[in-house]
Ligand binder design. Structure first.
Ligand code: ADP
Ligand code: NA
Length: 332
């Protein structure tokens, strides 16, 4: 039996958005506060699978760390660090490159989405990134990974890699990690297109609410969010073929810590012209204190760097013996 341990990561590849908050950061803080050992990582090595301006990457990594802390991840309770500062990730990643099969990687839908039509020109890192992600998780023997729904397939791959390693070497060394995909907002959609997830990489700025948007920007983006002409239903069933309406209700539920049923019981029958202002007020109330705290932390980059350095040394204490044992199993 493996001791319960939570791991997750976010790429410092652009502005944090509401999807990252509801699907990841807010839930990381909840996990930490339930008392399970939690390890959270800025995955800069994943970020560079696509071109990043070096100065921007350095800045985005600090800003992401500020986003974690401002969202309630307490570096005294959780381990918070930068992936590239713990070399064991990449070292175990290489072993997993040799365990994972080409055919498995080719099935990853996120690679197809991210590489687009130009897959031949995508980096080898972008193709192989789920094997490094498996290493990020398994170098800590993490048992639970809170993520958004878009990462489900990668966690399944992590389990496949763990199972093949255990089988090939006749050991029971790596755990079968469980994805934790819970709550109303595990897949926040674009505000402009209900069929696309809200993402850092969407070129449309109006498609997402950034965690650092001011109150007016949040209100304006929600006001312009695509909806349909119907009123809110009083039960979830009524949102079935209404992706944009469902998305706004999911966001409300996620921000308010309510179920969709509870939101609809309270707001059913309302027009979006009435519901949208309530949603923006709620979003501003939840995000404003976080962005204020992020801005304050960003005035103290040395403090952020010190927190990440300390986190890396804590992470290494767990990772180093697991890597050593892996090498021993492999015969290296
Ligand atoms: P992005 O997809 O915006 O580049 P990341 O890949 O760094 O962000 O994802 C960081 C975390 O945020 C992951 O757990 C991911 O599942 C979650 N996440 C990203 N986008 C969304 C979304 N639209 N809704 C819910 N969770 C999301
Ligand atoms: Na993602």
């Amino acid at each position: 039996a493996f001791t319960p341990r939570v791991f997750s990561g976010i790429q410092p590849s652009g502005d944090l958005h509401l999807g990252n908050y509801l699907g990841a950061l807010k839930r990381f803080a909840d996990a930490q506060n339930q008392g399970v050992q939690s390890i959270y990582c800025m995955v800069d090595q994943h970020a560079i699978t696509v071109w990043q301006e070096p100065a921007k990457l350095r800045q985005a990594t600090r800003e992401l760390a500020a986003g974690f802390i401002a969202s309630g991840i307490d570096p005294k309770k959780s381990i918070l660090f930068n992936q590239s500062q713990v070399a064991e990730h990449a070292q175990l990643g290489w072993v997993f490159n040799c365990v994972a099969r080409m055919g498995w990687m080719k099935r990853m839908t996120q690679f197809k989405d991210k590489a687009g039509k130009n897959a031949e020109n995508a980096s080898l890192g972008l193709f192989g990134y789920p094997a490094l992600m498996a290493a990020d998780i398994l170098i800590y023997h993490a048992t639970h990974v809170p993520v958004g729904e878009d990462q489900k397939q990668h966690i399944e791959l992590t389990r496949d890699i763990a199972a093949k390693f255990n089988h090939d070497y006749g050991v029971d060394f790596f755990p079968m990690t469980e994805p934790v995909i819970e709550g109303a907002a595990t897949r926040v959609m674009s505000l402009r297109d209900g069929s696309k997830k809200m993402s850092k990489s969407d070129p449309s700025e109006a498609s997402r609410i950034n965690m650092t948007d001011d109150a007016d920007t949040i209100a304006s983006k929600i006001r312009k969010a695509k909806t349909d002409p119907d009123a809110l239903p009083s039960e979830a069933e009524g949102l079935k073929d209404r992706p944009e309406a469902r998305n706004l209700v999911n966001i409300y539920a996620g921000l308010a810590d309510m179920t969709v049923a509870e939101v609809l019981a309270e707001n059913g029958g309302q027009q979006f012209s009435a519901f949208k202002p309530r949603l923006s007020d709620l979003a501003v109330a939840k995000l404003a204190p976080i962005s204020t705290e992020m801005a304050r932390l960003m005035t103290q980059p040395d403090e952020i760097d010190a927190i990440l350095r300390h986190g890396a040394s804590q992470a290494r204490e767990i990772a180093a013996p697991i890597l050593a044992k892996t090498y021993d199993i492999v015969g290296m």
